[in-house]
Ligand binder design. Structure first.
Ligand code: OGA
Ligand code: NI
Length: 383
């Protein structure tokens, strides 16, 4: 790998496909607000729950959290609620995930993406195999200046075999297809680094989901059952090579994550931008000791718009490559998503009709490959 890292050769000839219309180009540098998303310290939470933090016994953890009178835990919950409502984004520190796990998976990512393209394509994604390597993803019909490697922590992701092409019908086949992880032969230790890392981050995501539920005034473990079996949790290594057209393209074009929650690690290069409530784009300052957490569209629906799935995008760098690793904490395909009844009353009527997550997800996946115009969005289910 050269100093700058390698750009897939096909990108040079296709460069037009990456270029965004001017209003959607990432406004680099001085135009961005200095303001930043909240940084939340999780230490008070781990102090209160102690050994419970290790296990997946969400109701036991919930009992400890709900009965605690610790004022620092109460204010931590309030901070999380505020961040979800005002920003849809926050960073967490003191999260108990060892820097060593992150270092190893970042190294694995560097090693993998610096392999020759033919080698990476051996684990390439396809219509039938939705996990693995891809260097031609589109977001809102523009090519993203990135290459990715996707895997599912539980080994596979299961989706309905087919869906009705009309998103209003919500009809999908009873038969499902499983896509299994595809692991590259090189670099050494790649699979272990990825799996060990996601085991820890999936656990952290579950802990955060509980805190978010409490911040909505609900029991800690009210949502975890959606993630038990046949969840659709996916992890991704993102590589954003350096880019000669950095002011014309995006690493990832503006989008809202469609699942419940995203927990992302990034290196120190920076590039993630978040749309603030007033419409201004704000750069997230990278912190190597932090994870970036964001609300996805499902949580927006569950919370009946109290919490917002917020638009974000990634700018790329002329001289530096960047790596990031999101874990998309998404429920089972059987999940029907609707505003939680506990949050509704006469003054707060439901803002969305129920929709099925397997249907939604499969419709999205189809769109990713076939460029069907506008992707399915939760606003299609707004009442
Ligand atoms: C994503 C995403 C942000 C980043 O992959 O959905 O928003 O900083 N990534 O890589
Ligand atoms: Ni995203």
């Amino acid at each position: 790998m050269g100093q700058l890292g390698n750009i897939p050769s096909s990108w040079n000839t296709d460069s037009e496909a990456f270029i965004l219309v001017s209003e959607h180009r990432p406004n680099l540098g001085p135009n961005l607000e200095a303001d930043d998303i909240p940084v939340i310290n999780l230490a008070p939470f781990f102090d209160v729950i102690g050994v419970e933090a290790e296990g997946e016994n969400w109701s036991a953890i919930g009992a400890v959290v709900e009965h605690s009178k610790d004022p620092t835990l109460r204010s931590l919950v309030a901070e999380i609620g505020n961040a979800c409502a005002e920003w849809g984004f926050f960073q967490v520190v003191d999260h108990k995930i060892s820097p060593e796990l992150l270092r190893k998976v970042m190294e694995a990512a560097k090693g993998f993406f610096s392999l020759p393209l033919e080698e990476k394509k051996k684990v390439g994604r396809s219509f039938e195999r939705s996990l693995g390597y891809n260097d031609s993803e589109l977001t809102k019909n523009a090519r993203d200046w990135k290459e990715v490697f996707d895997w599912a922590p539980q080994g596979y992701v299961e989706l309905p075999e087919s869906v009705d092409s009309d998103y209003r019908s919500g009809r999908y086949s009873n038969t499902t297809l499983k896509s299994y992880n595809q692991w590259p032969a090189k670099p050494d230790g790649f699979r272990e680094a990825c799996e060990t890392y996601t085991e820890a981050v999936v656990h952290l995501s579950g802990l955060l989901l509980g805190l978010i539920s409490v911040s909505l005034g609900l029991p800690y473990d009210v949502l975890h059952h959606y993630f038990d079996k046949d969840n659709t949790i996916q992890a991704r290594l993102n590589h954003y090579p350096h880019c000669p057209l950095a002011d014309l393209v995006c690493g990832v074009n503006r989008h809202v994550d469609s699942g419940a929650l995203t927990v992302l690690a990034q290196d120190s290069v920076g590039g993630l931008q978040v749309k603030r409530k007033d419409g201004q784009w704000v750069a997230v300052k990278p912190r190597e000791d932090a994870f970036v957490v964001n609300v996805g569209a499902i949580l927006q629906v569950w919370s009946n718009d109290k919490y917002r799935g917020v638009e974000h995008r990634v700018s790329v760098n002329e001289r530096k490559e960047r790596f990031s690793i999101p874990v998309f904490y998404d429920p089972s395909i059987k999940t029907d998503v609707f505003p939680l009844p506990q949050l509704l009353d006469e003054e707060h009527p439901a803002q969305y009709q129920s929709y099925n997550w397997g249907f939604f997800r499969k419709t999205r996946v189809n769109g990713n490959f076939k460029q069907l115009g506008e992707n399915i969005q939760i606003h299609h289910y707004r009442i």
